[in-house]
Design a protein around this ligand. Sequence first.
Ligand code: HEC
Ligand code: HEC
Length: 202
Amino acid sequence: MRIAAAIATLLIGCAMFAQPANAEGDLERGKRLSYTCLGCHGIDGYRNAYPSYRVPKLGGQPAAYIVAAVQGYRDGLREHPTMQAQAHSLSDQDLEDIAAYMATLGTATVEAGGSEGIDLEIAQTCVACHGRNGISVAPTWPTLAGQHEDYLIHSLNQYRNGERTHAVMVQMAAALTDEDVKILARYYASLKGLETTEPEEE
Ligand code: HEC
Ligand code: HEC
């Protein structure tokens, strides 16, 4: 029941604060500003050093989620020294432009999400937000399909150990065992969705 209530609250919140996915950003400017970002996010297999896990894929991630995530680092809700430093140097407009550009580099779209039919039992509760086949159903929520397995494990464990504090996800992750985390991460990583945003040739 508590989870259902949390979902309802989030759905209402999303309807109120959701921003149009690509409407606000200037793609040309975003492309220029993304150059630094793609030095990590655009290189296949690039890893964070301590702890070691692959840098998350951003291609096809909804623009509004990219904006929210970077603001999370900037506002200290998410800890990661490099991303916090990156975030501090960006204005809101810079960020809108970067996110709009990055979102165009993948083929996964919110429209492809849906809440029916997923074939993994423990993923049934995830479907409401992360969608059938792991494609997010709202622009402010992350797509999981195709994300690196080790990054998914890392992020679920961050909700479990309090390093990430998003209220709904903390509740979701608290219900999972180590084994569940591994199974879910392997499952979502195996689905088609996010892509590494490689820098385009000039
Ligand atoms: C030095 C490498 C590096 C650079 C440069 C970098 N990032 Fe990151 N980024 C990371 C790592 C590592 C993470 C995962 C951090 C964590 O565990 O929270 C991350 C996380 C993110 C996330 C969260 C992804 C998610 O699925 O929640 C977003 C969004 C993001 N970066 C956007 C950017 C943008 C925009 C820029 C350029 C302004 C940028 N990054 C520059 C390494 C980098
Ligand atoms: C009520 C909606 C909702 C449900 C249900 C839900 N999530 Fe989430 N999930 C979110 C939101 C919103 C975020 C972004 C939170 C943040 O900013 O940290 C998120 C973030 C995540 C992330 C981090 C993604 C990234 O790119 O950093 C993972 C992994 C994840 N969820 C997995 C799951 C799994 C597995 C389940 C089912 C057990 C689940 N979620 C259920 C809304 C939901």
